[in-house]
Structure formats: structure tokens, C-alpha cells
Design a protein around this ligand. Sequence first.
Ligand code: SRM
Ligand code: SF4
Length: 581
Amino acid sequence: MSTSNNSEKVAPSGPLIVEGKLSDNERLKKESGFLRGTMADDLQDRTTGGMTGDNFQLIRFHGMYQQDDRDIRAERAKQKLEPLHSLMLRARLPGGIITPTQWLGVDKWATEHTMYGSVRLTTRQTFQYHGILKPNIKTVHKALNSIGIDTIGTASDMNRNVLCTANPYQSQVHHDAYEWAKKISEHFLPHTNGYAEVWLDEEKIDSTVKQEEPILGSTYLPRKFKTTVAIPPLNDVDIHGNDLNFVAIEEDGKLIGFNVLVGGGLAMTHGDKATYPRKADDFGFIPVANTIAFAEAVVTTQRDWGNRVERKNAKTKYTIDRVGVDVFKAEVERRAGSKFEQTRPYEFTQRGDRIGWSEGFDGKHYLALFIENGRILDFPNKPLKTGMAEIAKIHQGDFRITANQNLIVAGVATEQKSEIEAIAVKHGLMDATVSEQRKNSMACVAFPTCPLAMAESERYLPSLVTDVEAILAKHGLADESIILRVTGCPNGCGRAMLAELGLVGKGPGKYNMHLGGNIAGTRIPKMYKENLNEQDILNEIDRLSARWAAERTPGEAFGDFTIRAGIIKEVKISVRDFYDV
Ligand code: SRM
Ligand code: SF4
């Protein structure tokens, strides 16, 4: 890499490298033998349903988390039983693309090998299995591998599943953008053979052969790293929740390059002002040919400068705030061997998915299905899982999981439209009665599987939305909707920190309410009220909606209204305005 562009010296505002005792995660990565640990032996240990020692963390690098069913945790403890351990597994699907053949496998193994039987679509365009018992986990990996699906790097200190604006065939630009999402995902895969050795029983690599991780390094990244490719005007991937974003710029219908935005992230810890949600900074434009060079430069800068001492401040957003945006950017340019050009004009105007049929540039049809909470399961009177499998049996195109936990049946020929629609309607996958409010609402998983959940989220959202629908109707706002998101704790997996109205779990039945996000997802909502119970929440929404109905300017969105009316202060600079510091 050239260093010719390092002429601009900008003084860092804080240390480039944080000195001190490294966090324990750094030790375990170092000692893991390139992500092997003793997982293979642990799998043979049937005295516990869980993983032991470092392996509890190491499985994450291979896309799994150890969990237990929290609904029965106390009861089992009473009976002196260990928690009902199981593994959650998260697939790597750049841009969310999955074929019907793959879907049929995914569907079958959910039934055969998981305790909950569901396929859970996530906010990062992939699916999770919940509740795989330890003795079944290798079978599931091998089965997925046989249909070309892996789980590498979908958790822990890696480049996570790369998001891409859904519906890649809507235009040539969408198609090309998806190809970049895939290339970026593959470029940052770890080189270690650990995954294949442990989970697929592939032959072990001779330990005397020197192993290397040329990009990620032997201790991998300081923390999780998230990347998107977004196509304006749709910000369906919520770029500001991500470390690295490529915003597609087109000219005459061709993808010519990207504006690069770095340093977004949404998590915080209750009561700790050293943690906060932060929007990504606009670094400038790069021609399309330089995409990988710049992506690598951002990743390696964060790899080398990210905080490996204090894990809660290890993400790119904190690195940038510590060293300064200009210093980080200059280093990226130095490593990439060229400079960012001036940002090209673009605008995000909407988020979410356009549910229903649309037509692509290829003359094919695209059916976006609304899947509440992304949970695909056969519910009473709503056999979504069977319906999806029925569609997969006849569908000739592919499927696209969206970053809003929905799914697109993509590339449907005109002749097959009515058949697919009939299956979707019959199984509750298409439902004309679903309100705009429900489509614009989202929740993270939380109970019973998430070990970090402080309050209900996925199980709370459906009834909350029903109540909000009634409140909006009462105020003559039945045709309007609020981007409403719930997360069971401040980690923010349901991206409440980019909602117009965000609820953040604080304790059982208690939530902090945030207001002031916008439709485009370019504003972070600020805390309005703390520790509200479910009735308080409805009372607040009732009061706010009444004012919105009475005082709004024509077409004014809820989030914009709350700021203009002085109900909440706008968060312009992340940490300063978020906490008023
Ligand atoms: Fe997340 C941890 C679920 C998207 C921020 N997230 C978790 C874990 C694995 C809990 C754990 O560490 O043991 C949750 C598993 C629950 C379960 O039972 O499935 C979990 N996160 C999810 C999913 C499934 C939520 C969903 O309902 O779809 C999403 C999976 C995405 C994927 O496919 O990769 C999910 N998580 C997010 C997002 C949103 C996004 O990426 O667009 C965020 C906020 C954006 C960000 O990163 O800033 C997010 N999850 C976190 C964090 C906080 C990270 C931090 O910066 O401090 C944690 C906790 C951690 O990493 O220590 C976390
Ligand atoms: Fe779990 Fe918290 Fe993420 Fe919800 S936001 S899935 S409760 S870690």
C-alpha cells in the first residue's frame, strides 16, 4: 500500500492506541489457536449441555451463542438442574439472499433439530435457529454446509453479515451493489480452518504450518464490526447503526462509486455516559474500483487502533471519537493509497420495506412479505412456516431477507404470480388487514432466549402495536404511522435508537422512551421519559398522538413533530446532545 498520501498530518485528540491491561477476550482470542480452542473436545462432553471455559465465547466466532430458556430457568434451579442450555446459530447471508432449495433445508432442519422449531429472520438480513441441543450442533452445521450456507463471522469480533438494500434486481445498480456486499463479506472472512475442522470434521491443518490472518490479525478485531451497502433513497439497512457504510452513487443508471460513512453504532449501557449511540461520519466519495481497498483500510485502522483494554468502548464509533474524525480518515486514506473525493449528493427519504408486489428492471415480480418480528413458525391459524415451504417448492427465483425482519419472494415470472400469491394469502403470509403501523414496528428477540434481555420485546410488540393502532385511530390518525421499535435492553438489536419512538428495556415491564428520530433514519432519538410501565407508555403515546393530530403541519411526521413542538431536543452531535453533557 502506498503511503504517498500521508502528507496531511492531523494531531490526534486522544491516544491512537489505548494502553493498559488487555481485556480477557483478547487473551482468549490469542490462546485459541486461530479460533479452535478446545471446542472439538467440549462437544464430546455430555455431562453438561453447555460449552466450558473459553469455548463459551469462542463458538461465537463461528456464529453461535450459548443460551438457555429463561422462562424455565428458575424452575430448573429449584429442581437443582442446570439451565436448559442450547445453542443459537446465525447464518451468513450477505444481502440476505437465499435460494428456495436452501430454504427447504433450513425449514426442515428447524423442525428436526431445534427446540423452538422456528426460523427467525433478523435485523441483519439473515436467519437464526434457536434451541439447538449440543449433541445436534455438528449435524446442523454439516447440513447447512451441504446447501452452501455457513455461519462464519456472524458473531463476535468479526465483520458481521454484510447488509445490502433489499431487492437487488430492482435495477442494475441494486444488482451491482449486492455483488459488492458479497465481495466485502468474503474479503473479510477469517482464513483459519478452525470452523471446518471443528464443525465439519474436515482434516486438521498441520500445526507446524505457519498460519496467518492477513487482514483480521491473530487477535481478530477489537469488537464486532458491521458493514452495509445502501442504495438511496431507501435506508432500509439503517446505515447509522453500522461501522462502515457504502452508499451507492449512480450515474446514467450505472454504479460509479460509493460515499463512505464510518463510525455508526447504537448500543449503550444504562447509566454509563461513556457509552452512547452514534451516527456514522461522512468520509467522502470513492470510485467503485477502490471499494475493497478502502474497506480494508477502515477495517485495519479499527483493528490497530480500536480499544482492546475496555471492551465496552472498543467499537469503531469510540475509536473515531477518541482519535478524531480527521485523524481516522487520514489514516484510512494512507492505508488505501488514495484520498476520498468530495461526497456526492444523495438523500435518504424512507426506510422499511414496501410490502406487496413490485416489478424489477428484469420484468420479474417481487413480493415483499411482512413477517411480524421475523418469526417464521406455524402459529395457530397462521401457518407461516408451512406457507414459506410451499412457496419454496414452486418458486423459480430466490428469496431476500430484509434488514427489517421481512422477506421478499424475488424474481417471480408473471405466470407464477397468482399461484404464489394464493399460497401466501392461504398461509397468512399476505394479509391486507395489516396496518402501516404494524409494518413500521420492530422488536428484538429478548425473552426467552436472549441472556441479556431486561424486558420483553418480541413478545410485547404485537399487543403494543394493537394498542397504538387504537390510539392513532382515536385521534383520527388511522392512516398514519410512527416508526416504533422496542429493544429488550440498551444493546439496541431492534434499532430503537433510530426509531421515531424507541422503547428500551430497563427491567421487567419497564422501558425508557426515546423520541425524535426521523423517517430517513438519520437522527438519533433522545430519552424522553424513564422507567415507564406498559400503561404509562400507552398514556404517553395517547397524549403525544393527541398533540400530533392537533398541532402538526400538513404531512409532518411524528418524529419531526416532537422536535418542532419542543417536546424533545434534537440530537445533533451524538454524545453531547444525547446526554446533554
Ligand atoms: Fe444484537 C447481542 C440478537 C442485531 C447490538 N444480539 C445480541 C445477542 C447475541 C445476545 C448475547 O450477546 O448473548 C442477542 C441474541 C438474542 C437471541 O436470542 O436471538 C442479539 N442482534 C440480535 C438480533 C437477532 C435481533 C433481532 O431481533 O433481529 C439481530 C441479529 C443480527 C444479525 O443477524 O447479525 C441483532 N444487535 C443487532 C443490532 C442491529 C443491527 O446490527 O442493525 C445492534 C445495534 C447496532 C450496533 O451494533 O450498534 C445489536 N447485540 C448488540 C449488542 C451491543 C453491541 C455494542 O456495541 O455494545 C450486543 C451485546 C454485545 O455485543 O456485547 C448484542
Ligand atoms: Fe437481547 Fe438486548 Fe439484543 Fe434485545 S437488545 S436481543 S434484549 S441483547
